[in-house]
Design a protein around this ligand. Structure first.
Ligand code: SF4
Length: 275
């Protein structure tokens, strides 16, 4: 449908753990559940975090019960906070900066997620009428991510989302209007556990839909808008998600799929999916 450029491939919007001080493994809390085998408070380093800020069980996370770690993506916020905001000085080297670093990281992650969505919209040729406004929004938010720790910590992310969302929605409408056929609208729908095997959802709106444990195996989801859709345990085996709008790697990681599931680059089939 659309001519794809490289906006969504921007390396600054992809996690680079080698340049990060393991911030997701320290700053964020987790609770004992099906996603984690233990409790951890915010600001406490995970017991598996090594001295070099690498995960000591990276290859065995699911075997060890750390499923939650395999569905997380910071969208490049970790290296931005580590290398730009705090200029390469870690919380181990400067414990006095640790608290500020942990406060900035979740905000930065939300800003980078917004940048990722805007970059995705800039990849959509039919959305050209809103590209200028999207570029302005991208540049403004990107500049904000390079501001001081205090400024970033105090950003009103909800207000920013309120400004950006209409642009993303318009981009989605323009892009999906270029898709042939009738488009279904399941925006915000509760489709938890629904049986939609083989559903024809090309160009559909599934914005914010609850797709938890839904059966979308062999579904046609090409060019469907999946922004904010909850895809935990969604069965995507054999589904075609080529060109799906605003689909993120964490959404895919939380779903189930197999070697037949089709996704567009830079997204990848998670290694824990069935072969
Ligand atoms: S298990 Fe590994 S990836 Fe998960 S929080 Fe701990 S160190 Fe980080």
């Amino acid at each position: 449908m659309s001519e794809r450029t490289s906006h969504a491939d921007r390396t600054e919007l992809q996690a680079d753990c080698g340049d990060c001080f393991g911030l997701c493994c320290v700053a964020l809390p987790f609770s004992r559940s099906s996603d984690f085998p233990v409790n951890k408070a915010a600001g406490t380093p995970c017991g598996n975090l090594q001295e070099d800020f690498r995960c000591g069980i990276h290859e065995r996370l699911r075997d060890k019960g750390y499923n939650g770690c395999t569905v997380f993506d910071c969208f490049g916020a970790g290296q931005k906070v580590s290398q730009v905001t705090f200029k390469g000085v870690s919380w181990r080297e400067d414990p006095d900066s640790a608290r500020a670093m942990y406060e900035v990281f979740p905000v930065m992650r939300q800003l980078h997620e917004l940048l990722k969505y805007i970059a995705g919209a800039l990849d959509l040729a039919p959305a050209r009428p809103v590209h200028r406004d999207l570029r302005r929004a991208y540049d403004r938010i990107e500049a904000l991510t390079r501001d001081t720790a205090e400024t970033i910590r105090d950003v009103d992310v909800d207000a920013l989302r309120g400004e950006v969302n209409p642009l993303l929605l318009r981009a989605s409408e323009l892009a999906r209007a270029a898709v042939p056929g009738r488009k279904k609208n399941h925006r915000g729908a509760n489709l938890m556990g629904s049986r939609m095997r083989g559903a024809k959802l090309r160009g559909a709106s599934l914005r914010g839909a609850l797709l938890i444990a839904a059966d979308l195996s062999d579904a046609d989801l090409r060019d469907a808008d999946l922004i904010g859709a909850d895809m935990r345990d969604t069965n995507l085996s054999g589904a075609d998600l080529t060109g799906a709008l605003f689909l993120t790697q964490p959404q895919l990681n939380a779903a189930r799929g197999d070697a037949r599931t089709k996704v567009s680059s830079p997204l990848e089939r998670p290694s824990h999916w069935a072969a």
